[in-house]
Design a protein. Structure first.
Ligand code: TPP
Lengths: 408, 337
């Protein structure tokens, strides 16, 4: 018997010349049910090819997921958070073009996910973010100037110039120190959540990963531990369609969705429209409430689009189609929440313009203040001798000796 | 005082730490209900409950990653990697995360964890149950690396490691768990119950990290050793009749430089011995340190006796192991130089 030669499926890495794949499995707003907090995982798994959506094309909030606890003021604040974040990113991108900073990564198009998520958590909860969740800090009221000081690596940078720009850290704001090594934080978040439960505390953890980095083994370890110990953690997978130049199907493999990952671990997993602020808030609240009531971990695939380049070191024109943003079916998070507020009569052209001017002014003033503190480019950094601090709690002899050699 | 094996001393250290500080949690593969494959955590789950001592899935990256998260929360995890040979899946979590958390967050988050690992050969463990990978951790800024050689030190150093505010890699050469194995594999090992270092103080005490111990005082040459090789070096000194000073480094980083240089300045000769492979082993660091600091006292080149640069062979374990004959010969050559 002649057997056919074996073959591999090699996903197409560079699609610059092809039309983008349509995003599969898009439900209508309000179509997907809201499962009970203790709904059987088998039943939640049946929804893994649906999408939690609240805002319909007209801007109406519809269906079981409508977060009725959000007031109009909350929504206005959410819109402002996202506008502030977008303006923040734009200013720092410009600072990179001006040669003031060495590197930058923006969250353009993904603002709703971190901004609404942060609003749905409680003080004391801990996020274990990636480099694209600066919205957690912005929406959490972390000082913008301090973030800019970090990006400039100047002598007001709380991290003393030790980390690449955007790798923030703030325990106080529930923002775990960002690692440049992808995925490591995912299992750490599960450990943090386990600790909270071991101590009988009430705080929960929220773990973040890009869909590309979910291929790392730490992702698997995190799901095993979360499942085994039923840790109070939200396992977020931000599917922004791209991991630098590779499309999301490289990490997804032949599964239909990233939400598929949950069932094998008996972890309820849902897919959510990440560009729908109200859906993000509602889904986070659902997952957080499950964690807080000892119902264990929840995996959430946030479907969105990385609209910008991966980072300032990246040129996406080589690998991504020009019309991808225009064809993306989930629109823009700011436009969509704005439209909703207009439909409910809480917003109009003028208020939007005023808010835009106000956030731009706030960002400009913040940048001027941070910029006046100097940057790594002009040498206004922390004393180089401080690089020896915090390697250990106490300076050991060999580091004391090496510190004496700095600048000699 | 109580007579203890190194296993019992380690178990006792855990119990003392867990009694004193309810933030100390102990976990790893087979560590909870069963008490560890070497029994180092036996009885802890029963005594302190399964919220303090528990089993984990077989995922070293998961164990260390979770420990880091717990430490960031405020606990004091002391975890076991079943064999040091299996630490590599967790290497990224140790090197990129635990070691650097304090520095990269400017003290905002810290990772006070202890990673205990049975290490070393001499038990017919083949290449996957015999390694001594301590040097891989000494190369990493932010880590403290300890290798113990006896029950008294094991207890005091483990307590110090658990109380340390930084991550500690804690190696337990399993060949000395039950007695001071001196490399004579064809003879019975003296049990710790018949050795002064098996007399372990009861209750709480610590041995400061970063301090070496003169295991055998001597005048003619200095041997720098740790773990099992401390006992091998002592046997070699006694069998050759060379009055060697055997220093048990105990902590490799931070290194007790003063203890080393004071001894070598006096003896003028230095032999470094370790069970780990030779090339880029910690012996290289020690040789450089000695010649940088006490070159003018040296009467002979610093010499190394190490494991060969091959995987640890199962059938040829005793050809590979740097036993008292090889160490003794190197001592004699150093004395002739
Ligand atoms: C362990 C590791 N491998 C590779 C990289 C280089 N790298 C940085 S970001 C990135 C792509 C990540 O894509 P994804 O997880 O989808 O997140 P996104 O950037 O889309 O937000 C890669 C390969 C890294 N930082 N760490």
């Amino acid at each position: 018997m002649v057997r056919p030669p074996l073959r591999l499926r090699i996903p197409e890495p560079a699609r610059g010349h092809l039309p983008p794949d349509p995003v599969p499995f898009i439900s209508a707003a309000g179509e997907m049910r809201r499962p009970d907090l203790d709904e059987k995982v088998e039943r939640v798994a049946l929804m893994r090819k649906q999408l939690v959506r609240v805002l319909d094309p007209e801007g109406q909030a519809v269906g079981e997921w409508v977060p009725t606890e959000l007031t109009t003021d909350d929504k206005v604040r959410g819109l402002r958070d996202m506008m502030l974040l977008r303006s923040f990113d734009a200013r720092l991108l410009r600072a990179h073009r001006q040669g003031k900073i060495s590197f930058y990564m923006q969250a353009l198009g993904e603002e709703a996910i971190a901004c609404a998520h942060q609003r749905a958590l409680q003080p004391g909860d801990m996020n274990f973010p990636t480099y694209r969740q600066q919205g957690l800090l912005v929406a959490g009221g972390y000082p913008i100037v301090t973030m800019m000081n970090q990006v400039l690596s100047n002598d007001h940078d709380p991290l003393k110039g030790r980390q690449l720009p955007v790798m923030y850290s703030s325990k106080e704001h529930g923002f775990f120190t960002i690692s440049g090594n992808l995925a490591t934080q995912y299992i750490q978040a599960v450990g943090w959540a386990m600790a909270s439960a071991l101590r009988g505390d009430t705080k929960i953890a929220s773990a973040w990963i890009g869909e590309g980095a979910s291929a790392e083994s730490d992702f698997h370890a995190a799901l095993v531990f979360a499942s085994t110990y039923q840790a109070p953690v939200i396992l977020n997978v931000v599917n922004n369609q791209w991991a630098i130049s590779t499309p999301e199907d490289f990490a997804r493999g032949a599964s239909a969705t990233f939400a598929d990952r949950g069932y094998g671990f008996s972890i309820p997993a849902i897919r959510v429209d990440g560009n729908d602020y109200l859906a993000v808030f509602a889904a986070t609240s659902w997952a957080a409430e499950r964690a807080r009531t000892n119902r264990g971990p929840t995996l959430v695939e946030w479907v969105t689009l990385r609209r910008g380049a991966h980072s300032t070191s990246d040129d996406p024109s080589v690998y991504r189609p020009d019309d991808e943003v225009a064809r993306f079916p989930l629109g823009d998070p700011i436009d969509r929440l704005r439209r909703h507020l207009e439909v409910v009569g809480a917003w109009d052209e003028q208020r939007h313009a005023e808010t835009q001017a106000a956030v731009d002014a706030e960002i400009a003033a913040a940048f001027d203040e941070a910029d006046a503190n100097g940057s790594v480019r002009d040498g206004h950094t922390a004393d180089p001798r401080t690089m020896f601090d915090d390697v250990y709690a106490e300076l050991p002899r060999h580091l004391r000796e090496q510190r004496d050699q700095v600048g000699r | 005082m109580a007579r203890m094996t190194m296993i019992e001393a380690i178990r006792d250290a855990h119990a003392v730490a867990m009694e004193r500080d309810d933030r100390v949690v102990v976990f790893g593969e087979d560590v909870g209900y069963f008490g560890g494959v070497f029994r180092c955590t036996q009885g802890l789950q029963e005594r302190f409950g399964s919220h303090r001592c528990f089993d984990t899935p077989i995922s070293e990256a998961g164990i260390i990653g979770a420990a880091i998260g717990m430490a960031a929360y405020g606990l004091r995890p002391c975890v076991e990697i079943q064999f040091a040979d299996y630490v590599y899946p967790a290497y990224d979590q140790i090197v990129s995360e635990a070691a650097r958390l304090r520095h990269r967050s400017a003290g905002d988050f810290t990772a006070p964890i202890v990673v205990r690992m049975p290490s070393g050969g001499g038990i017919f463990g083949g290449q996957t149950h015999s390694q001594s990978p301590e040097a891989l951790f000494t190369h990493v800024a932010g880590l403290t690396t300890v290798v113990v050689s006896n029950p008294v030190d094991a207890k005091g150093l483990l307590l110090a490691a658990i109380e340390c505010d930084d991550p500690v890699m804690f190696f337990e050469p399993k060949r000395v768990y039950n007695g001071p194995f001196d490399g004579h594999h064809d003879r019975p090992v003296v049990p710790w119950s018949q050795h002064p270092l098996g007399e372990v103080p009861e209750g709480h005490y610590t041995i400061p990290l970063g301090t070496a111990r003169v295991h055998r005082p001597g005048d003619e040459l200095t041997v720098l050793a740790w773990g099992t090789l401390v006992h091998v070096a002592q046997a070699a000194a006694e069998e050759t009749g060379i009055d060697a000073e055997v220093i048990d480094l105990r902590t490799l980083v931070p290194l007790d430089v003063d203890c080393i240089t004071a001894s070598v300045a006096r003896t003028g000769r230095c032999l470094v011995v370790h069970e780990a492979t030779r090339t880029s082993g910690f012996g290289a660091e020690l040789s450089a340190t000695v010649q940088e600091r006490v070159f003018h006292h040296l009467e002979a080149p610093v010499t190394r006796v190490c494991g060969f640069d091959t995987p640890y062979p199962h059938a040829h374990e005793w050809s590979y192991f740097p036993g008292p004959r090889r160490v003794g010969r190197a001592m004699q050559e150093l004395m002739r130089a």
